[in-house]
Design a protein around this ligand. Structure first.
Ligand SMILES: Cc1cc2nc3c(=O)[nH]c(=O)nc-3n(C[C@H](O)[C@H](O)[C@H](O)COP(=O)(O)OP(=O)(O)OC[C@H]3O[C@@H](n4cnc5c(N)ncnc54)[C@H](O)[C@@H]3O)c2cc1C
Length: 502
């Protein structure tokens, strides 16, 4: 039977490798493997690529479903992928000049970050309230953070970012800002975020800017472009093709089963989430008990909950911004207290993004789609009352930071962790599935302790934010896609050329 793509049934067809899922990790990995000569089948349950960063169009607006800010911009690994695939000319990338932040001080006054260049950061430090006597200390800590050599960064897997900042005597205002920013990048409490992951990522962003954007569709468009090249390079891509199970015989993968049929390959690379892959798609019974238990113990990142506002007129000038306050960032204790019923703080850290400020073509003339997001439990089944409290909080913060905001709004949609789970991974067990990033970038799950991308079953690999990469969400997934493509190609070549035919 011959291979047919896009909607056709391929049964018992053999491929060199099957990639399950066309998120940023899966699309990158599948595209690179096809480009490097492997016969690849990419199976995606949604109607297009992009996973959690998928782009949609509705009523003249084009947008990711929530704020998605890709960073770093200038040294993004996406640029390497575009180059290797030979498709740089298919997309126009931009890096917007942004204000970057709105700080709400203790009195409730909203202080927008300066728009003028501020190379040393003194204007921002003063705005944050760093006393004059502590400015030099603040700059020294920031300089050390930016310039710390890679080997010293790598050695900080077991040190929390909070501890690293405290040991340097960073002024409380700097700690506040970096905690709010790292909450927003990693979606985990800063006191469990490894200093290695935080510093490596912040160095890349502070030196190379953030907010890389693809015109005519947003950053999510890059995953679509990557996936488009698979067929051009001799592979197959199937959308609306949900993989029900990954088949294993005698400790070795043999293929996958979908609603459309069975596909065979000696290599399966799963972008469906590490826990979901092990516990649902493959099945716990195929793994050593100790490994399966370690997989169950892995902790997710937070989920994100938010509101999409559609405005009749343009109210916000920024392509994106972080809104934060002195007490609004999350530590483990503050988070647990709110989860146990304590009132939400007056301010919460919040991302705001306006796609049409990157590319005016993404909204009807004079209108705006405004995407907002705050942190929530990754549980897709979180109670409605809990979600409503967050949505009300977002309405409140939007009006405080942009007075009169709600008079511009013509319609409003809410989203929560259930939507992220629907676009990405099925919950492996209760309480998870709607994570923003994937597995949490916490001590014990990053750097040398990051789960391995090669599973303890021959031919099974994980790709995406859960394994093999570092950095901020989409960037981490692409970094993983590149690393896993290298790993898989080596495995494939060794088995075919040096060991035995597979
Ligand atoms: C609300 C929100 C805001 C975010 N904001 C940012 C941001 O500002 N900046 C940033 O960089 N990142 C952000 N992220 C995180 C970022 O989007 C993710 O970390 C990244 O996209 C994850 O990519 P991935 O490749 O790991 O997998 P995913 O995006 O999870 O993709 C997995 C893919 O696999 C498919 N799949 C799963 N199971 C199956 C199956 N059984 N059969 C077939 N296909 C399957 C899914 O449909 C999906 O397409 C945000 C995420 C969310 C939810």
């Amino acid at each position: 039977m011959s291979a047919t793509s896009k909607g056709g049934v391929v049964s018992e067809e053999r491929f060199d490798a099957i990639v399950v899922g066309a998120g940023f990790g899966g699309a990158t990995c599948a595209a690179l493997l096809a480009r490097r000569g492997m016969r690849v089948l990419l199976l995606e349950k949604n109607g297009s690529a992009g996973g959690k960063a998928m782009v949609v169009s509705k009523n003249g607006f084009t947008y990711e479903l929530w704020p998605v800010i890709h960073a770093p911009a200038r040294s993004s690994r996406c640029l390497e992928v575009l180059r290797e695939l030979g498709i740089e000319d298919r997309v126009e990338l931009s890096v917007p000049q942004v204000r970057g932040g709105y700080f709400v001080d203790a009195s409730g006054e909203v202080r927008p970050f300066p728009t003028d260049p501020d190379p040393e950061g003194r204007a921002i430090l003063r705005l944050l309230g760093v006393p004059e006597a502590e400015l030099d200390t603040a700059i020294r800590v920031l300089a050390e953070l930016v310039l710390l050599p890679a080997a010293q960064v790598d050695a900080l897997d077991e040190t929390s970012f909070t501890k690293w900042l405290e040991e340097r005597g960073a002024p409380v205002q700097v700690v506040t800002y970096l905690h709010a920013l790292s909450n927003g990048i990693f979606m985990v409490p800063s006191d469990v975020l490894p200093a290695s992951e935080a510093i490596r990522t912040l160095q890349a962003i502070l030196l190379n800017h953030g907010g890389l954007y693809a015109k005519t569709g947003g950053i999510g468009r890059l995953a679509e472009l990557f996936a488009d090249t698979i067929e051009e390079n001799g592979g197959c891509t199937q959308y609306r093709a949900r993989v029900r199970s990954i088949e294993v015989e005698d400790g070795r993968v043999t293929g996958v089963t979908t609603e459309r049929g069975r596909y065979r390959a000696p290599i399966v690379i799963s972008n469906a989430g590490l826990q979901t892959t092990v516990l649902r798609l493959v099945g716990e019974q195929h793994f050593d008990k100790g490994y399966a238990n370690r997989v169950k113990d892995l902790v997710p990142s937070w989920g994100m909950i938010g509101v999409r506002y559609f405005l009749e007129s343009e109210r916000i000038d920024d392509p994106y911004a972080l809104v934060f306050s002195e007490r609004g960032y999350w530590t483990t204790d503050r988070w647990l207290a709110v989860r146990a019923g304590a009132a939400l703080p007056r301010e919460v850290v919040m991302w705001v993004q306006v796609p049409s400020r990157n590319d005016p073509g993404l909204a009807p003339a004079g209108k705006q789609c405004v995407l907002t997001g705050v942190w929530c439990s990754p549980d897709p089944e979180a109670p409605l009352a809990e979600k409503e409290a967050w949505w009300r909080k977002i309405d409140e913060v939007m009006e405080r930071v942009w007075p009169g905001f709600h008079s511009h709004v013509s319609s409003r949609e809410t989203y929560d962790a259930r939507d992220a789970s629907g676009l990405s991974r099925e919950a492996a067990f209760g309480g998870v599935g709607g994570e923003t990033i994937g597995l949490g970038q916490v001590i014990g799950q990053c750097g040398r302790s990051k789960p391995a991308a090669q599973a303890p079953i021959s031919g099974l690999f994980y790709v995406g934010a859960d394994a093999g990469g570092w950095g901020c969400g989409t960037h981490q997934a692409v970094d993983s896609g590149i690393a896993v493509a290298d790993l898989v190609l080596r495995y494939h070549r060794l088995r075919r050329g040096l060991f035995r035919a597979v």
